[in-house]
Structure formats: structure tokens, C-alpha cells
Design a protein around this ligand. Structure first.
Ligand code: GTP
Length: 253
């Protein structure tokens, strides 16, 4: 197999390189054979040692490199499919959580803060019932676009489950995180999704928690706190942001 780093070269370069090597080897092997057989190294033998690889090698190299490029493309597509949700183009749950772990560790190591927010589309079952599954899918897709447009390049976003999303905002806490999340809630409320002749209006609820150095010992605690805050936002009437607070009963109704 040709190493994948070699595929960086153009096909033409590879063909020239491999054909030259094939000709050299062919001449060398033919020469050794003629010595062993005590046969003369005639002009015809020498010519055929050059012509045969010259005819075969370019075609074979072209074909093999083509196959390898196809395999490489398929591998890239598979990696993309495993990392990104096809509907929303956001990270899948698994990739998102892996990236979150990395960010959390980095922030813990440099004594900075990181916020984790759970986002859930409100009354999504009712949206599906009224507009059908494809109407619901259109809402998910357009919310994915809105979410991506609302965060910075250093933030991470993902689709965690059906109508559940999450974002990680490094070095963000206090008023700044609240401003970002409240703006997202307001923009979602103000937006609508065009689906056929219908204009679908929907809202979201957000629960978040911020890690400050020494506050908690692992990333799962931060996720659990955001989850509790989301439950609180749902129980307090949806279409709002709630921050995790100690001793806050998430079952308030
Ligand atoms: N269209 C569509 N629906 C989905 C998808 N994944 C999950 N769902 C639906 O999303 C709905 C989620 O409903 P619930 O978890 O009960 O939540 P809800 O109706 O949003 O209620 P609240 O969370 O309390 O506001 C279920 O009916 C699922 O079938 C998807 O990919 N596309």
C-alpha cells in the first residue's frame, strides 16, 4: 500500500516516481538474472526491461492511487457523519461531550471558568402533532442555524438528543453568559419557521451552570447542575433562562 502521506503528491508525480523505480528495479533484476543464467545482456533484453514497466506501471499506479483517494474520501465522510448531526449540522452528542471534556480540563488547568448550558425546545411534541414530523425537523434544522449564529467560534454547540441541545462557553460567566443566553431565548421567540404555508413559532428553555476554579471536581457535576437548572426553567413556565443555584428546588411549579 502507498502511505497516505504520499497521496499529497499529485497523481502525475507519483506515476513518474513509481514508474522510474519500477524501470530501475526491472533493469536490475533482468541484469542479475542474465548473470545467473550466464546469458548475455542483449539490447532486446535491456529494451524489454524498460518497456514492460513503462507500459504497465503508469496504468497500475493511476488505478491504485484513484482507489486510495476514494477510500480516503469515504473515511473523511464517515468521520464527518460520526461527528456531526445531519439535520442540524451541529456536533453529535458523543463528539460534543468529548470536546466539552477537553475544554473543561483546559479551563480547570488554567484556573479559568467555563459555562455549560442545556437548551430544550418547548412543547416540541405539540409542534410535531400540529405540523407533522417534517415540520418538527424543519424547526430543529432552523434552530441549529440560529444557535450556530449566536455563539463565538471558541464555543461548542451540539445536538444532545431529539429536541435537546447544549453549548459550552469557555471563559464566560456572570452577566455575560446570562446576556448571551437571554438573547438566544428572545431571538428564538421572535423568529418563526416557514413550513409550507405555515409560520411555526416556538420557544426554548435554558438551564446553565458555571464552573469556577475549585467549585466542583468534575465535568459531570457541571452537566448535572445545568440539567437541574433546565428543569427549573421548564417548571417555572418555559421560554426562559435559569441558572443553577445551590438549594434551589428544581421542582418548583
Ligand atoms: N420531528 C422530530 N421530532 C423528534 C425528533 N427527536 C425526538 N422528537 C420528538 O420530540 C418530542 C419531545 O417531546 P417531550 O420530551 O415530551 O417534550 P416537549 O413536548 O417538548 O415538552 P417540554 O420539554 O416539557 O416542553 C417527542 O415527541 C419526540 O418524538 C426528531 O429528530 N425530529
Amino acid at each position: 500500500m502507498i502511505p497516505s502521506s504520499l497521496l499529497k503528491y499529485t497523481r502525475l508525480r507519483l506515476i513518474i516516481l513509481i514508474t522510474s523505480v519500477a524501470i530501475l528495479l526491472s533493469v536490475l533484476i533482468t541484469y542479475i538474472i542474465t548473470i545467473i543464467l550466464a546469458d548475455g545482456f542483449s539490447l532486446i533484453t535491456f529494451s524489454s526491461a524498460i518497456i514492460v514497466p513503462l507500459l504497465i506501471s503508469p496504468v497500475l499506479t493511476w488505478y491504485i492511487v484513484g482507489l486510495m483517494l476514494q477510500v480516503q474520501k469515504l473515511e473523511q465522510e464517515q468521520r464527518y457523519l460520526a461527528s456531526y448531526d445531519m439535520l442540524t449540522k451541529l456536533h453529535t452528542r458523543r463528539t460534543f461531550l468529548e470536546l466539552f471534556e477537553e475544554k473543561f480540563d483546559a479551563c480547570a488547568n488554567d484556573y479559568s471558568c467555563v459555562s455549560f448550558a442545556y437548551i430544550d425546545i418547548d412543547n416540541f411534541k405539540a409542534i410535531n402533532s400540529e405540523y407533522g414530523h417534517s415540520g418538527g425537523d424543519e424547526v430543529l434544522k432552523q434552530f441549529g442555524d440560529l444557535l450556530r449564529a449566536s455563539i463565538r467560534s471558541v464555543d461548542i454547540s451540539g445536538r444532545i438528543g431529539g429536541e435537546e441541545f447544549a453549548i459550552v462557553l469557555p471563559h464566560t460567566s456572570g452577566d455575560s453568559i446570562l446576556t448571551v443566553l437571554e438573547r438566544l431565548v428572545d431571538n428564538t421567540h421572535a423568529s418563526s419557521v416557514q413550513f409550507g404555508s405555515a409560520n411555526i413559532q416556538y420557544t426554548i428553555s435554558i438551564g446553565y451552570s458555571t464552573y469556577q476554579y475549585g467549585d466542583i471536581t468534575n465535568s459531570k457535576q457541571l452537566v448535572n447542575r445545568a440539567d437541574q437548572a433546565l428543569l427549573l426553567a421548564k417548571n417555572l413556565g418555559k421560554n426562559q433562562v435559569q441558572q443553577y443555584r445551590k438549594n434551589t428546588n428544581s421542582h418548583t411549579s
